[in-house]
Design a protein around this ligand. Structure first.
Ligand code: ATP
Ligand code: MG
Length: 377
């Protein structure tokens, strides 16, 4: 079968690698350059988008910021999974919030802001501290402000107003600041029959709004809450494919932060840690093949490689250390690859995280160093 992926980044690349053993071949459409490319080599093919659509058996997406007209064209072909509605819910925080409310899942209190008067009203209804996020175009913590004190309102409004003036359709979603103990996420797959397979929860550590470290955890009570919310959201969207839900854990109660209608960075650990990884399961779901087991087979932590294009060779010699590069040119802070670190049991994984910290730069991998210090203390 041939699959066309909207988006040509690392997620399409890893989908392509996962699909090969099943004879699933992938082509990617780079939405920013309007080119149809090979997802591994990035070599341009002579195809137009229309030809690529015609040549594909199935179309899917690796990210949510896709122009409406492209989504509509793909959906019209009858080959697109999940739906354009699901992609839009991931790409527009207004639609996302309405979806979460409709599905009856808990999320942070919010208000939508277009004008200064809306902002003042949000300060009253949502309260301070408050997190403000652009409705469209946000990722990796970009397009966000924190209002901690009323005195900051004028300065923040100036910046928000510039964003609102910049793009038609833009709005700001004001959210109550959630005093969470930790962040977790659930990645799972749903097929066209409505069957669902979810992976164990991952605990996520962000640095400056970007995911840094993600570890599969065994937390039965949270898992149950997360799976219930996952099922509610996936059913509401009549979802087919892999879907991710990000949560705040507040004293053992989960609140949904956001959804991602695609394979997710916090699910990369499944490449080594699960029976069938998220990339293969996404392809299985959208290609109408049986879903694969999501069972944990190894304790695994995933470390994002941000802005670095090389690692000390000692890492490759470490048992359980699996390096995945994305073939990108270096830029500060850019997601260049990730490391999956595996172990036989949780205590061994902690020891390996301490060991790997010795080889990783302190500035580039602050979360690993902090965790290693906490474990050793
Ligand atoms: P990504 O797409 O990379 O997951 P994003 O840019 O879409 O990120 P969010 O996930 O909404 O943004 O926010 C980034 C981080 O900011 C969250 O992981 C969390 O640490 C923090 N954050 C977001 N919203 C809130 C909130 N309401 N209260 C407290 N912290 C928050
Ligand atoms: Mg997020």
């Amino acid at each position: 079968m041939h699959v066309l992926v909207l988006g040509a980044g690392q997620l399409a690349r890893m989908m392509s690698l996962a699909g090969a053993p099943l004879n699933l071949t992938l082509t990617a459409y780079d939405v920013t350059t309007n080119r149809v490319v090979h997802p591994l080599t990035q070599a341009t093919t002579p195809q137009t988008l229309e030809q690529a659509i015609a040549d594909s058996d199935v179309i899917t997406a690796e990210f949510e910021h896709i122009p409406d007209d492209i989504l509509a064209t793909c959906e019209k072909s009858g080959k697109f999974f999940p739906t354009s509605q699901a992609i839009k819910a991931g790409g527009d925080r207004r639609i996302e919030k309405a979806l979460l409310d409709d599905a009856g899942v808990k999320n942070a209190t919010y208000a939508i802001i277009h004008t200064r008067a809306d902002f003042e009203q949000a300060i009253d209804t949502v309260g301070i501290p408050m997190v403000l996020k652009t409705a469209l175009g946000g990722y990796d913590g970009k397009g966000q402000w924190r209002l901690k004190d009323r005195a900051q309102a004028d300065a923040i409004w100036k910046e928000m107003q510039a964003c609102l003036d910049d793009a038609k359709q833009q709005a700001i979603v004001a959210e109550q600041f959630v005093p969470f103990q930790r962040e977790v996420s659930l990645v799972g797959a749903r097929n066209a029959n409505g069957d669902i397979e979810t992976y164990p929860l991952a605990e996520n550590i962000h640095v400056d709004g970007v995911l840094s470290l993600s570890t599969a955890i065994d937390a039965p009570d949270l898992q149950l809450q997360a799976e219930t919310m996952f099922a509610a959201v996936a059913k509401r969207l009549d979802y087919v494919g892999v879907l991710a839900l990000e949560f705040f854990d507040v004293n053992g109660e989960l609140l949904v932060n956001e959804i991602a209608p695609r394979v997710h960075n916090s699910g990369h650990w499944t490449q080594q840690g699960a029976e069938v990884c998220q990339f293969e399961n996404h392809l299985r779901a959208v290609c109408h093949l049986p879903l694969g087991s999501t069972k944990l087979v190894r304790e695994t932590a995933m470390i994002n490689i941000l802005g670095e294009d090389s690692l000390p060779p000692e890492l490759m010699a470490m048992e359980g250390c699996h390096i995945h590069w994305y073939g990108k040119s270096q830029r500060p802070g850019r997601k260049m690859g990730h490391i999956n670190l595996t172990a036989d049991y949780p205590g061994q994984l902690q020891r390996k995280l301490c060991e790997i910290a010795n080889y990783l730069d302190k500035q580039a991998f602050p979360a690993v160093h902090r965790l290693a210090k906490d474990i050793q203390d």
